[in-house]
Design a protein around this ligand. Structure first.
Ligand SMILES: Nc1nc2c(c(=O)[nH]1)N[C@H]1C(S)=C(S)[C@@H](COP(=O)(O)OP(=O)(O)OC[C@H]3O[C@@H](n4cnc5c(N)ncnc54)[C@H](O)[C@@H]3O)O[C@H]1N2
Ligand code: MOO
Length: 463
């Protein structure tokens, strides 16, 4: 399929910009690289096979709707009670990081669970000066003896307050005279520097709602509130099937064969999107192997790469037909990545077909796999945000473009090397800018899709 798709981008009348630098684009564009913006189905005599006819283009879903459909598809998976969607699981705290609470986090105790000192100093009873007891109260010790009026006892931050304490005097605010009596350097208010039991919450109180993301702070709160395990929505399971006979797993590209870029890229990216990657298989251009792999898969989502177009060995559409799968999205009005697709293979299983061109595959990942996985994992959508573009980005006449950008101050700087077969731009980028049909001028705001590691760092988002 890779030898010749029969497309000739340069012939395309809808190509919005010739090769060459973007007007006003400081970063320019990669050498001799188009974004295939116009080699859409049915344009010109070399427009491709039947799957790429005018019809195919009309069938294609506008980009925003494609994302909504992917979300809706996940919402339509029947709830766990019906025996399909995976039931919530109880996991030790550290294993729950990055997942979503399946039930509200209710405090298992009052917090603090006893009246405690907020400062190092003395617990005092009544107005000073006070007689100081010999023995002090340290954090973590059992209940200290009650104080009597006019008495003080050394106390550490976090230690239990003796009964009848009226305040804590900070160590820097007290002075002991030569007779061993404690004098306040300033007035001490009633209850000062005492953290009363239940100040943060009462036992049973809801601290966080179901649906909250388990962050490191949530793990801390859960531990403080008495939890050893958390009940969370399990990660959706994803099987990745990499198609293409031309792909090499190692060494230098040679003899017309190229390195598989998606096998190494997709599993960690999918994990960053909250998935558990259960299988990664390279299955060449073998229609039967593809059929077998799909029929055996028990994953919530199957992701295939390549084979979405209409070449002689593009097996994804025929395989889906053979399965009687329901095509929910068959092509999207987005560049790169327009042949991407979403199908329902079973009532509790979906398939996202990513195009083989690597940046087109990224586009499909963010357009279809991200909303689907996010919704299956019960995570909320990131707040949409936009920044002005530092330079003009030409658009496709009808389709949305996704363009790698770096974020510099309050601007998004479009990157070169953004062609569908290139990863050089996206590898250096922080986000993809959503460029509407017709393009965007310098200074115009563009919606941004953050790459999952851009804000959080690799260590955080890949756990
Ligand atoms: N007649 C037409 N041909 C094509 C059209 C079209 O509209 N009409 N669309 C083009 C577009 S756009 C894309 S994108 C590709 C999508 O094709 P497939 O999904 O069938 O992908 P392949 O043909 O298998 O591969 C395309 C390209 O990507 C390379 N590739 C594939 N897998 C990998 C991988 N794992 N790592 C690195 N590179 C990979 C492959 O060698 C090809 O060069 O179709 C166009 N054709
Ligand atoms: O331009 Mo294709 O849409 O590379 O994905």
């Amino acid at each position: 399929m890779k030898a010749d798709h029969g497309h000739r981008p340069d012939d395309d009348p809808h190509r919005p910009q010739a090769h060459g630098p973007f007007p006003g684009d400081a970063t320019g564009r990669g050498p001799a690289e188009g974004h295939h913006s116009g080699h859409g189905p049915g344009h010109g005599p070399s427009g491709g096979g039947p799957a790429h006819s005018e019809d195919a283009h009309h069938r294609a879903t506008p980009w925003p709707q494609a994302r909504e459909r992917a979300e809706r598809a996940a919402r339509a998976v029947p709830a766990p009670g019906a025996g399909t969607r995976r039931a919530p699981v109880s996991l030790p705290l550290d294993a729950a990081l990055g997942l979503v609470l399946a039930e509200p986090l209710a405090a298992l105790t009052d917090l603090p669970s006893f009246d405690a000192s907020a400062m190092d100093g003395w617990a005092v009873a009544g107005p000073g000066p006070w007689d100081v007891r010999d023995e002090g109260a340290l954090a973590g010790r059992a209940r200290p003896e009650p104080l009597t009026d006019g008495e003080a006892v050394r106390i550490a931050t976090g230690a239990r307050i003796p009964q009848d304490t009226t305040a804590v005097l900070r160590s820097e605010h007290g002075r002991i005279d030569d007779k061993g009596r404690l004098h306040p350097a300033r007035e001490v208010g009633h209850g000062q520097d005492i953290r009363p039991r239940g100040q943060e919450c009462r036992g049973g109180e809801h601290l966080l709602p179901a649906g909250a993301l388990v962050t490191p702070a949530v793990l801390g709160l859960a531990a403080a509130a008495g939890y050893d395990t958390l009940t969370v929505v399990p990660r959706p399971r994803v099987d990745v099937l990499v198609l293409g006979d031309e792909l090499l797993a190692e060494g230098l590209p040679q003899d017309g064969r190229i390195r598989d870029a998606l096998g190494p890229m997709l599993p960690p990216w999918l994990r960053a999107l909250g998935a558990e990657v259960t299988t990664v298989r390279r299955i060449g251009d073998d229609a039967n192997a593809l059929h077998r792999a799909v029929s055996r898969s028990e994953a919530d989502l199957i992701v295939t790469t390549g084979g979405t177009a209409a070449g002689p060995v593009d097996h994804v559409h025929p395989m889906l037909r053979r399965f009687g799968a329901e095509l929910l999205v068959d092509g999207v009005k987005v560049r790169p990545g327009h042949p991407m697709l979403l199908a329902r293979t079973r009532k509790d299983q979906h398939l996202v077909g990513l195009p083989g061109n690597p940046l087109a595959a990224v586009s499909g990942l963010l357009t279809l796999a991200e909303p689907l996985l996010r919704t299956l994992a019960a995570r909320s959508a990131p707040e949409p945000y936009a920044l002005p573009l530092q330079s003009t980005v030409p658009g496709h006449p009808y389709d949305t473009r996704l363009v790698p950008v770096v974020l510099r101050g309050d601007h998004a700087v479009p990157l070169r090397y953004n062609g569908p077969a290139m990863l050089r731009g996206v590898a250096a980028s922080d986000a993809l800018a959503v460029v509407p049909p017709g393009g965007a001028r310098a200074g115009q705001e563009a919606e941004l899709l953050d790459l999952p590691w851009a804000a959080a760092g690799i260590g955080v988002c890949f756990t």
